[in-house]
Design a protein around this ligand. Structure first.
Ligand code: COA
Length: 196
C-alpha cells in the first residue's frame, strides 16, 4: 500500500535562527563559543597551517578576508545553513580551533561536521571533546537526526576523532574530494539520533 502522507519536516525553519548561539563547556576547561572579530588573527594563522590547508582545504587571503569569514559565520547561523564555533579556553582567551556544522539541512535533519585545531592545541583530546559537545547540541538541542563526519583516508588522526566521538564508519567514498595533491577517497562516518 502506498503512503501518500506528507513527509514530516525534521526541524522547522526558523527554529535555529531564533536561538542565540550557545556557549558549550568542554570537560578539559575549553569551551565552544561564537567567533568574535578579535579572533581574525587565529583564523588567519589557521589559513597558514599546512595541515589545515591540506585537510580542510582552508586558506585565508588577508586579515580582511578573515574578518569577512567571521561575519559570514554569523550570517550563516541566521540563514540556518551553518553553525560554527571557536574552540577556546573557557571564560575568554584566544581561539585555538574551529568546529561546527556545514551542509546543514533542517528539513532533512542532517549536517556534516567540520573541525581543525591550531598546532599548539593538538594531541590533548580537544577535537574529540569538541565533536562530542557539538554533536550533543545538534541532536538534543537543535533536533537533527543524522550527523556525518567525512575525512580523507590519508588522515588517520581524523579517523580516530570520529571513532572516539562515537561515530560509526559506514564506508569509503571513492575519489570523493579534490585536494591539492589530487583526488582522495574519503571515509564516511555517521552518528544518528537513534544511536544513543
Ligand atoms: C585532526 C585534528 C583535529 C585532531 O585533533 P587532536 O585534538 O589533536 O586530536 P586528539 O588529541 O583528540 O587525538 C585524536 C586521536 O588521533 C590520534 N592521532 C593523532 N595523529 C595521528 C596520526 N598521524 N596517525 C594516527 N593517529 C593519530 C591520536 O593519538 C588520538 O588517538 P588516541 O587518543 O587513541 O591516541 C587535528 O590534528 C588537526 O586539526 N589536524 C589538521 C587539520 C585536520 O586534519 N582537520 C580535519 C579535517 S577532516
Amino acid at each position: 500500500m502506498i503512503n501518500n502522507d506528507p513527509i514530516p519536516v525534521v526541524v522547522p525553519a526558523g527554529r535555529m535562527a531564533a536561538l542565540e548561539q550557545p556557549v558549550l563547556a568542554l570537560p578539559s576547561g575549553l569551551e565552544l563559543r561564537p567567533w568574535r572579530p578579535e579572533d581574525a588573527g587565529a583564523l588567519a594563522a589557521a589559513g597558514q597551517d599546512p595541515g589545515i590547508r591540506q585537510w580542510n582545504r582552508f586558506a585565508v587571503a588577508s586579515p580582511a578576508d578573515a574578518e569577512g569569514r567571521i561575519r559570514r559565520m554569523h550570517e550563516r547561523w541566521q540563514a540556518e545553513t551553518a553553525a560554527i564555533w571557536a574552540i577556546a579556553p573557557a571564560g575568554g582567551g584566544e581561539a585555538q580551533g574551529l568546529i561546527g556544522w556545514g551542509h546543514l539541512d533542517l528539513t532533512e535533519g542532517a549536517a556534516e561536521i567540520v573541525y581543525w585545531l591550531l598546532p599548539a592545541a593538538r594531541g590533548r583530546g580537544a577535537a574529540v571533546e569538541a565533536t562530542r559537545a557539538a554533536s550533543r547540541w545538534a541532536l538534543d538541542e537543535l533536533g537533527l537526526h543524522r550527523l556525518t563526519l567525512c575525512h580523507s583516508v590519508a588522515n588517520p588522526a581524523s579517523c580516530r576523532v570520529a571513532a572516539k566521538a562515537g561515530y560509526t564508519l559506514e564506508g569509503t567514498m571513492r575519489s570523493a574530494l579534490l585536494h591539492a595533491d589530487g583526488w582522495h577517497d574519503q571515509h564516511l562516518h555517521s552518528l544518528v539520533a537513534d544511536d544513543r
